[in-house]
Design a protein around this ligand. Structure first.
Ligand code: SAH
Length: 199
């Protein structure tokens, strides 16, 4: 298994998008948060040897991380065609299939869904189709959300599966949009581990 800092170093080399679309809430997950999610998935048995889907894949940081931790294959879903091109370039050396479609149009079954979906801060409820889809198509879900919504999320996930773990973390978001006042800001986030399989 890869040591955490080796994974962090590899993830920090993945090219980021040159521009961002605010209405899609495009951010690049900071490497520390991505690593945290990936190791939670790995330790929960949801990554190594598994078929994984990454919903709202962006530049592919979570998809590539899953492959580096031993996933058999990853399906990377991204609605934005511009970002889809960068994503396809970034994952070209790996067993990752890119689907340039809306999250609501996904169909199939995967062992594990990983995602850092929009947090719903620009468009309220933008995270819900991600949660709906992830819990419908995968046995395990690992997902990063805004900690501000934690109580809503607990209830929402509980209606769709069983929450196995919940971890509060700090996420660093570099200045991406004009409404960001500082060079970088820290946000409280929460990672959920959810299973949809009855025991
Ligand atoms: N997973 C990446 C990107 C997170 S930002 C990372 O961790 O760095 C959220 C991503 O979801 C953006 O790339 C955005 O374009 C994408 N997205 C937003 N709405 C979407 C939708 N309806 N269907 C698919 N992707 C969507």
């Amino acid at each position: 298994m890869k040591a955490r800092r080796v994974l962090e170093r590899e993830l920090s080399r993945i090219p980021a998008p040159l521009s961002h679309k605010l209405y899609l809430e495009q951010y690049v997950t900071d490497v520390g948060a991505a690593t945290e999610l990936l190791f939670m998935g790995f330790n929960g048995g949801g990554i190594a040897g598994k078929q994984v889907i990454d919903l709202g894949a962006g530049n592919g940081i979570l998809s590539i991380g899953a492959i580096l931790l031993g996933a058999e294959s990853v399906t990377a879903v991204e609605v934005d065609p511009d970002l889809g091109k960068l994503l396809a370039e970034n994952v070209s050396d790996y067993p990752v299939e890119v689907l340039n479609i809306d999250v609501s149009d996904v169909s199939g079954h995967w062992d594990t869904a990983i995602m850092n979906p929009p947090w719903g801060s620009q468009s309220r409820g933008a995270d819900r189709p991600f949660i709906d889809m992830a819990t419908a198509i995968a046995d395990n879900v690992y997902s990063i959300h805004n900690y501000k919504s934690v109580e809503f999320l607990r209830k929402y996930y509980s209606g769709k599966g069983r929450i196995l773990k919940e971890r509060k973390i700090l996420v660093e978001i570099p200045k991406t949009y004009r409404h960001h006042e500082k060079d970088k800001e820290f946000f409280e986030a929460v990672i959920f581990s959810v299973t949809t399989v009855e025991d």
